[in-house]
Design a protein around this ligand. Structure first.
Ligand code: MN3
Length: 229
């Protein structure tokens, strides 16, 4: 009977997130489809990397997140406050991994569709205001991404309080909101080794240099316009 709820699969409007209702009526999360083929970002990012990154890495965050949420539900049902607290770091890691990758896939697009053109838009103007130029933004994000110790993300974000675009980094799978409640992600770049190692080995700066060829500026512009309205 409970499995009938699986049919209640639905998409959150425009966000790329999908939710299904699990056996106990809990919301569980499922892997969103990529908006392009695995090989579509070559030569900037190989199809092998994209397939593993999506099917294995992102899926693992989702699988573990769903398990964490099930345990959370059980801990709450038992009134076990200490078990609830104990789950928080796993929820941040696995849930953050799902949130971050769901944004990341939308931040990329096939080179022949978008290319590395700077945005001629309200976002382009905001970038000039904050960083001086589009090239200065790229230099800054590449430097911060290359300099990030261990695993994490480098972000172009809208700070809704300061009403300007900023560059931030987050460690591991911390979602951007952990850096500030007023921050909205426009463009996130995954600098975990799993995002580039098969193709770029240990040379993270080369990965960062090439990823700009497949950035979906249209998506970042749309998010900026929606969030700054
Ligand atoms: Mn990743």
């Amino acid at each position: 009977m409970a499995l009938r709820a699986l049919a209640a699969r639905k998409s959150l409007a425009g966000s790329g997130f999908q939710r299904i209702l699990g056996a106990r009526g809990l919301q569980t999360f499922s892997l969103p489809d990529l908006p392009y083929d695995y090989g579509a970002l070559e030569p900037a990012i190989s199809g092998e990397i994209m397939q593993l990154h999506h099917q294995k890495h992102h899926q693992a965050y989702i699988t573990n997140y769903n398990k964490d949420l099930e345990q959370l539900d059980a801990a709450i049902a038992k009134g076990d406050a200490s078990a609830v607290v104990k789950l928080q770091s796993a929820i941040k890691f696995n849930g953050g991994g799902h949130v971050n990758h769901s944004i990341f896939w939308n931040n990329l697009s096939p080179v022949n569709e978008v290319g590395g053109e700077p945005p001629h838009s309200a976002l382009g103007w905001a970038i000039d205001q904050s960083f001086g130029s589009f090239d200065a933004l790229i230099t800054k994000m590449n430097a911060e991404g290359a300099g990030l110790q261990g695993s994490g993300w480098v972000w172009l974000a809208l700070d809704k309080e300061l009403k300007k675009v900023v560059v931030e980094t987050t460690a591991n799978q911390d979602p951007l909101v952990t850096k500030g409640a007023s921050l909205v992600p426009l463009l996130g770049i995954d600098v975990w080794e799993h995002a580039y190692y098969l193709q770029y080995k240990n040379v993270r700066p080369d990965y960062l240099k090439n990823i700009w060829k497949v950035i979906n500026w249209k998506y970042a512009c749309q998010e900026y316009e929606k969030e700054s309205a």
